[in-house]
Design a protein around this ligand. Sequence first.
Ligand SMILES: C[S@@+](CC[C@H](N)C(=O)[O-])C[C@H]1O[C@@H](n2cnc3c(N)ncnc32)[C@H](O)[C@@H]1O
Length: 255
Amino acid sequence: MTTYVFDRAHVAEQHRCLAAAYDPVTFGRLARIGIRPGWRCLDVGAGGGSVAHWLAARGAKVLATDVQPDHVPPAPRLTVLRHDVVCDPLPEAEFDLVHVRLVLRHLPERDAVLRKLVSALKPGGWLQVDEFDNSYSPVLLAPDRRAAELYETFLAVKESVFDAFGVDGAWGRKAAGAMVGAGLVDVDPRVVVHPWRAGSPGVRLLAHTTHMLRDKLIAAGMTDEQLVAVREVLADSRFLATSPVVYSVHGRRPV
Ligand SMILES: C[S@@+](CC[C@H](N)C(=O)[O-])C[C@H]1O[C@@H](n2cnc3c(N)ncnc32)[C@H](O)[C@@H]1O
């Protein structure tokens, strides 16, 4: 199995936060494709399964894959498979739609995986890639300068942990180019940013990351006292930041 930065513990809450924060963007984009009953769909690295469930509820036959598939609840028309997209094969020309959100950034082999996903599409089939670019997420308001600097320090240390695990935190901005490089046509990125306030799903996700990555953040130089203080900043009603840039990119396999 490939190395993955997040430990198994705490992933259920991570999946809940991801769904609350990003399903509206993902579902809006999938709706534009126009999912048809009977379509064969693949959700790679399905996490908590919210996207796979949304597709199955529209009558698609869905395969949800993940190296940790236990968090995807069962549903009609949904098949869940333990599958490492780096090492394990996928069928050729099988799917009308392949969706992948916040997975390719984690995989140093992302270009080869992207080509594998394109091969799994039927001619004319759609790929939707939803990814972040973490390199743009400025703090706009904070209780004081110290709080703003602490937030920026936390983001920088988190990125250094990601780097050490082969995560490309800015891959969102490269997704459209990579999709063209993998042979897709009609490549169409949409760009979304959100205001991040205390209590918003993205900020809950970030606060959760201070717990999920605690040991790695400490090893990278943060202290527990700083992590407690970061949680306090994120819970402060005077805090406001811009979310990372979310890229939702469509492409089609040539007919
Ligand atoms: C950040 S989570 C995103 C989950 C879901 N796609 C979402 O956006 O809500 C990344 C997911 O990719 C899965 N994953 C990591 N490496 C993988 C691999 N090599 N093959 C398949 N899934 C993988 C993880 O287990 C996790 O569920």
